[in-house]
Every structure is written in structure tokens, then in C-alpha cells.
Design a protein. Structure first.
Length: 593
């Protein structure tokens, strides 16, 4: 490939790919921590210990250091290596977002270099000599990868893929040169990939595909070659069993169990449609979002057009791959590679905890890039101008989208305010946006702007509540918005609902008791102004929030006595005696008011 008189050889191709990998993501360098970064960096007590935390990271669940309790999700996660790497970073640099984002960018650039060398030197060596370059070029610019690179927590996806690339490269060396050190390196890297992220298990299916399609191995021999990796996987599972187990923990929260309210046919139909959505996002990555949770993608039935179309398309692709399998068509390989690697993100095999996540497309997207590269090179034989135009257009559009999407990952505020537009029906995103506007209001000195932010917080909080009304945290946060708007009665109603949903939640208890005291004091003020009816209403609301507020019961009883309502007065003061037997009563202070 030549540009003017400059020979664009493999060395220059590699330099360009690395340059683009860094350049397109350099705008994340000065970003803050966002989204799930707190799980692995800013609020993980074991990671914060640095090297001292490593022994405990090796023997506990993935979220243990963040939640202080194991298995808060439906199934345990065992990913000690990714957390150990974060602990080492914390040891030497602390919680420094600049360092974290720089590492992500450099790791991505390293991944691209390794992927290009693998494809160019081994996998595509009998294909068009530019197939590896165009494939990697598309992989570098694809916007679907922004979450993995911009979100520090998703570094585990980068590290996992790097280990798998090295594993495949060394295993190919073992097959061709029969060196035991290469086999040991391949199996070791696969094991490390599993310790970084469980999704590496799909590599067991990728190995025979690679060997069959590109290294002239029979189906039987390709499958036999995967046995060592299967044994390593079983070894990992045994280790995992002894450390975190295999128990399934029912989750009664729709935000972490997306098919909680779906019957079996609805779950199957929706998962099938989402598999199509994954493919669509590869072709048309717009809009992108951090959260596609309840109810952004509503449940669908098996009679719906979405399911029917998705099912036929998926079946058609699988049938085509089987028909062209014996001919070792690259399109057949891409189809099978995609479905093998996306399997863990489809929710068909394991509960992902989310209906769709863009990071799950990181490895599967390679299939799409190969297909587009193939189509470009084939069409280039017929019309270079037209094919070059389309490739150039794709590269420009994807690059612009990648760069702009990265800018939205600056912090939680920019991210949620952008994504709530992309996923307006997602309950959790509306809640997060409500929370960000409350924070913006707290940090704002201008009273007019403070109120505007709070009104927006109420808007998004109410919208979240309308989508999903069984999440205590939504009632709590929406209550904050009304609380800061001094609408205490509305905040009371919301926090009472939060109490009903989570009666033992200490944060809810703290704020309800706080507001109960405020209402008690405001009731006192109304009493001093002789506004008895209003004072009673405030006292009653105070008691609704905190039935153990002795002084509220006492003053409520006093007003009842003042109004000659002896029955209610005695009821209120009997509560005072029950709650505080030593309380001093002074009926005369009310009667003489």
C-alpha cells in the first residue's frame, strides 16, 4: 500500500494504529473518576490498602472491599487479578484519575499493537496483506469501545483481552514449533485472563475456531487442542468454588436483576431482541449509554415483530455460518466468533445484572471489524474510489463519535446528563440525574440557580419513580430535592415510603429522624403563633417520620388538652410515658397558654 511515494509497510501501519489509539482517547486523560470507578478505586477499602490488601483480595468476592459484604449480586464474582492491579496502582500513585486514565490509554495502545501483530503475523498471513491493518483500524476508531477505555473500572476488559491475545499467539507457536514453554505461557495467560474477568471463558470456544479456519486443522483436532484450556478453566472454577462458591443469590431489585418481572417467554423474547441490539450497535453506534436498564428496553412477547425479526436474523446468520463452515469462509468464522464471545453478555447463560452493556461488545466487535474490512478489500477490486470513500467516511464518523463520546465521560455529571437523553426511560439513569442536580444545587451559591437545579432534580426523580416505584433509594433522593425546596410534607411522604421498603436502612432512618425534628420545631413555631390546626399537622407529620419522637408526642398531647380533646391528649401522653417513663409532664403550661 502506497501513499504518494511513501511505502506504507507493516511498521508504519503499526505506528499509525498506536498513534490513533492514543490520539482518539487522549481527551480522557484529564477526566475524573466516574460511574463504577468507586467500586475498584475510590471506595474499595481493600484496594485502598495497596499491597497490604492483596491477601484479602485473593480470598474474597469481587465487590467485598466495596460493599463490606459478599455476594450482593445474584452470583459471586471472582476477579482478584484486576483488583490487585488497582491495589498496586493505589500503592504507588493513590487515587489519581490522571494516572488511571493514562494507564487505560497506554494499555489500549498495547492491546492494539498485540492484536495487529497476531492478525498480521499469524491469523491472516494467508489472507489479503492489508486485512489485519484495516481490521485493527476499524477496531481502534469504533465508538462502542469508549466505555472500556474511558471507564477506569473497565480496564479488566483490556487486560483480559491482552492476556487472551498473548495466550493465542504463544499457543500457535506451540502448535507450529512444539515448544513446551510456549504451551506453558499460553495456558498461564489464559488462567490470568480468567482471574481478571470470567468472560475469558469464551476463549475455550475461540481457540478451535481459530485453528480450524486459519491453521488447516480438522474439526476433531481443533477441538482436541482446546482440551488444555478446558482443564485450566475447570481448575479456575475449582479455585473459585473454594473461595466464593457457586451459590445463586436471589435479587429482588429490578435494577440489578433485569428480568425479575418477566415471565419465561418474555425473558427469552427480550434477550433475543437485545442480541439483535448488540449487532445493531456495532453497525450504528448511536446513541450510546452507560445504562440500558429497567425500563429503557421494555419486555416484549414472542408474538412481537421485534422478536420475530431478531430471531429470524440470528437463525439466518447461524444457518449461513454452518452452510459455509466447510469452505472455511471468513464470514462464517466472524459469525461464530461473534456469538461465542457475546454469549456471556447475552443473559442466556448467566445473569449479567443488566439487560445490555456496551463493554460486553469489546471482544465480539472484532468480528464486525473483520467483516467490514473484508467487504472493503473485496469491493476495492471493483471500484477503488467508491470503496475508499465508504471506508474513509466510516473512519471519520466513528472517530468523531469516539472523541465526542469520550468527552461525555468527563465525570458523573456530564455522563448522566448526556445519557439520560439517550436512555430517557431508564429508571436508574433518571435517578442518577436527579442526584447530580441535587449536588449541583448544593454547590451553587446563586439562589435562583439552586432552585432551578432542584426543580430539575424533582423532574428526573419523579420520572424515575414513575418508571420504577419499588426502589427505596429513589424515594430517599427525590425526598432530598423536596427537602431542599422546603416542601417538608412532600419529603415526609416520600421518606415514609422509603421506610416501608427498607425499614432497617440506616441512612433513611437518619434523615427521617432529622426531618421529624425539623417538623417538630416548625410545629412549635406555629403553636407560638396560635396556629393550632397547622401545628397539629406538623406534629403529626413529625410522628409519621419518627414514632419515637417523645417531645413531639408531648407537645401534641398538650395542644389536645388545650383544645379540651382529653381523649387524644391522653393517647399522646400515654405514648410519652411509654417512650420515656421519667418524662416530666406540665399540663398547666398548656392550659395557661
Amino acid at each position: 500500500m502506497k501513499f504518494f511515494n511513501f511505502s506504507f509497510d507493516t511498521k508504519h501501519q503499526l505506528i499509525l494504529l498506536v498513534f490513533l489509539a492514543i490520539g482518539l482517547n487522549v481527551n480522557t486523560l484529564f477526566h475524573e473518576y466516574a460511574l463504577d470507578d468507586l467500586v475498584v478505586m475510590t471506595e474499595n477499602r481493600l484496594v485502598e490498602k495497596g499491597i497490604k490488601g492483596i491477601p484479602e483480595l485473593l480470598t474474597t468476592d469481587y465487590v467485598y472491599g466495596y460493599s463490606t459484604k459478599e455476594n450482593i449480586l445474584s452470583g459471586a464474582r471472582y476477579r482478584p487479578l484486576s483488583l490487585i492491579l488497582f491495589a498496586l496502582e493505589h500503592q504507588f500513585f493513590g487515587a489519581n484519575p490522571l494516572v488511571s486514565h493514562l494507564i487505560n490509554i497506554l494499555v489500549f495502545a498495547l492491546l492494539i499493537a498485540l492484536l495487529y501483530k497476531l492478525l498480521q503475523t499469524y491469523v491472516f498471513r494467508e489472507q489479503n496483506r492489508y486485512l489485519a491493518f484495516v481490521t485493527c483500524l476499524l477496531f481502534v476508531v469504533h465508538p462502542i469501545h469508549t466505555e472500556v477505555i474511558a471507564n477506569v473500572k473497565s480496564r479488566d476488559e483490556l487486560i483480559t483481552f491482552i492476556f487472551l491475545i498473548i495466550s493465542l499467539t504463544t499457543f500457535i507457536n506451540y502448535i507450529e514449533k512444539k515448544t513446551r514453554t510456549s504451551l506453558f505461557a499460553a495456558l498461564s495467560c489464559f488462567f490470568l485472563a480468567l482471574l481478571t474477568r470470567e468472560s475469558a471463558v469464551t476463549f475455550v470456544g475461540v481457540v478451535p475456531l481459530i485453528l480450524y479456519f486459519f491453521f488447516k486443522q480438522s474439526i476433531k483436532k481443533s477441538l482436541l487442542f482446546s482440551i488444555p484450556f478446558i482443564l485450566i478453566f475447570f481448575g479456575y472454577m475449582l479455585l473459585r468454588y473454594f473461595i466464593v462458591g457457586f451459590n445463586y443469590y436471589p435479587v429482588d431489585d429490578i435494577t440489578n436483576s433485569p428480568y425479575l418481572y418477566a415471565i419465561a417467554p418474555e425473558a427469552f423474547a427480550t434477550k433475543t431482541f437485545i442480541l439483535f441490539k448488540y449487532m445493531w450497535l456495532l453497525v450504528f453506534p448511536y446513541p450510546l449509554s452507560t445504562d440500558y436498564g429497567y425500563n429503557q428496553i421494555p419486555y416484549i412477547g414472542m408474538r412481537s415483530f421485534q422478536f420475530f425479526f431478531s430471531f429470524l436474523l440470528i437463525c439466518g446468520l447461524i444457518v449461513y455460518s454452518f452452510i459455509t463452515f466447510k469452505r472455511k469462509s471468513l464470514f462464517s468464522f466472524c459469525i461464530l466468533y461473534f456469538f461465542v464471545t457475546i454469549s456471556v453478555g447475552s443473559n442466556f447463560i448467566i445473569d449479567l445484572g443488566a439487560p445490555l452493556a456496551e463493554r460486553m461488545l469489546f471482544q465480539p466487535s472484532l468480528a464486525f471489524c473483520i467483516v467490514v474490512a473484508l467487504l472493503f478489500l473485496k469491493s476495492n477490486n471493483y471500484s477503488k474510489m467508491l470503496s475508499n470513500f465508504f471506508l474513509f467516511a466510516i473512519l471519520i464518523l466513528f472517530s468523531v463519535k469516539t472523541f465526542s463520546r469520550n468527552s461525555e465521560w468527563k465525570n458523573n455529571e456530564t455522563l448522566f446528563l448526556a445519557d439520560v437523553i439517550s436512555s430517557p426511560n431508564c429508571s436508574r439513569l433518571n435517578l442518577y440525574t436527579c442526584e447530580r442536580y441535587i449536588i449541583k444545587s448544593n454547590n451553587e451559591n446563586d439562589k435562583k440557580l439552586k432552585n432551578e437545579y432542584l426543580i430539575k432534580a424533582v423532574y428526573y426523580g419523579e420520572r424515575s419513580l414513575k418508571i420504577h416505584s419499588k426502589f427505596a433509594y429513589t424515594y430517599l433522593r427525590l425526598g432530598f430535592a423536596y427537602y431542599h425546596l422546603f416542601n417538608y410534607f412532600k419529603a415526609t411522604d416520600l421518606w415514609i415510603q422509603a421506610q416501608k421498603l427498607e425499614p432497617t436502612n440506616q441512612e433513611i432512618k437518619k434523615w427521617t429522624e432529622n426531618l421529624s425534628d425539623i417538623l417538630y420545631k416548625q410545629g412549635n413555631g406555629l403553636f407560638e403563633q396560635a396556629k393550632m390546626d397547622e401545628a397539629i399537622n406538623y406534629y403529626l407529620k413529625s410522628i409519621e417520620l419518627n414514632a419515637n419522637n417523645v417531645e413531639t408526642w408531648y407537645n401534641l398531647g398538650g395542644i389536645y388538652f388545650l383544645r379540651n380533646d382529653t381523649i387524644n391528649g391522653m393517647k399522646a401522653w400515654n405514648m410519652v410515658k411509654k417512650l420515656d417513663p421519667k418524662h416530666q409532664f406540665n399540663k398547666e403550661e398548656f392550659l395557661n397558654y
